[in-house]
Design a protein around this ligand. Sequence first.
Ligand SMILES: [Zn+2]
Length: 439
Amino acid sequence: MMPKRLTLISILLLLCTAANAGSTVEKVRIWSEKNKTRVVLDLSRSVDHNIFTLRSPHRLVIDLKDSRLATSLTKMPKGAGTVRSIRSAVRSNGQLRVVLDLTESVRSRSFRAGPNSEYGDRLVIDLARAGNLQPVKRASESYRPGRDIVVAIDAGHGGYDPGAIGRRSKEKDIVLSISKELARRIDAEPGMTAVLIRNRDVFVDHRDRIAMARNKKADLFISVHADAFDDPRANGASVFALNLKRASDEAARQLELRDKTAVSVGGVSLHDKDEVLASVLFDLSQNAALSASLDVGTRVSREMGKVAKMHSKEIKQKSLGVLTAADMPSILVETGFISNRSEENKLRDKGHQRRLANAVLAGVRSYFYTNPPSDTQIAMNLRREPSQRVRHVISRGDTISEIAERYNVSPAALRRANKLSTNKIRVGQTLNIPVFAGG
Ligand SMILES: [Zn+2]
């Protein structure tokens, strides 16, 4: 039976490869206003493309690599503005060709837009009568943007190590769920990337956790845990920055004595924790930038205090001066006590998990916007002042995120520059675009 099965698998693999290679044009939209015409191709995914114009008659040709039209797209929209009609054809090399028949010679530009709340990947083509189109220099064309800030998120425990155990849940599951939520939020932040140390129920050795974060050149290490205590009344979240001297002394003592009674490692109570965690703390603290850890920890704690009851508001700050060299600020977030019935219910609640993740993100963002590593995009954006103001008149089909993408500014910067509190814009409205100089 083996060969037959293998064949089936190969066919499936082939099918998957074919499906993954190109894109599907799901919809074609067109608007025209004054002298401008915009054509949007809604794509199943971003795809390589090539655009060129041809004369007599005037045409604009869009070739999409390994692409096809969706079966639901039976008819192209009618032409508008400078576009007389839209046609398509599949070429022998597998490219999909979309042709815009034009009424006259035009200037064109195209840009790819990523998914937003309303649309998926898009290819946008703007046409204007020759001479009408103001070229917009996208900043990314003229300078190499800085790198993303990398945040390693370490969901505690996992696999055969459940961590603390509540009535209905295990620490390892709750912290994984919160960690994933946090990672999603960080990934959605411009200039930030999350690395999940574990993204499923698996045990990861503590040394590997640190090593993974280092390999990914993490700028911050956040370990996410939940507490348990003999007294079910104990409750509240806490944030810990690790304290080199006390951590090393006491973790060493802890490991040596195999002492399971309450001790404190850099402010982290170890009464419920095992040797693995103790040595994680030990290892982290050996390498952490303590003052940075304290700073980010304080900000995260402050934000968490807005959405959760805090067990301890203060971050331990002793022996601040002992740390000289450091490579990775690290904090440990205790999200609450799963040994407390009502807190366990809260921690299981997706809404509460989202609020916690948001609070941690707010603290992290506040820290990095104050202390951005100098080679990061966030540092560069903070250093740059808008060099010129461009005015953009809203056309039908424009969205804040699309405009932001087009001019290579963040949606937040765009809203700020126009004192907008929401993403609502109206056709004909003029936006000030803060355009940053290259360099
Ligand atoms: Zn834990």
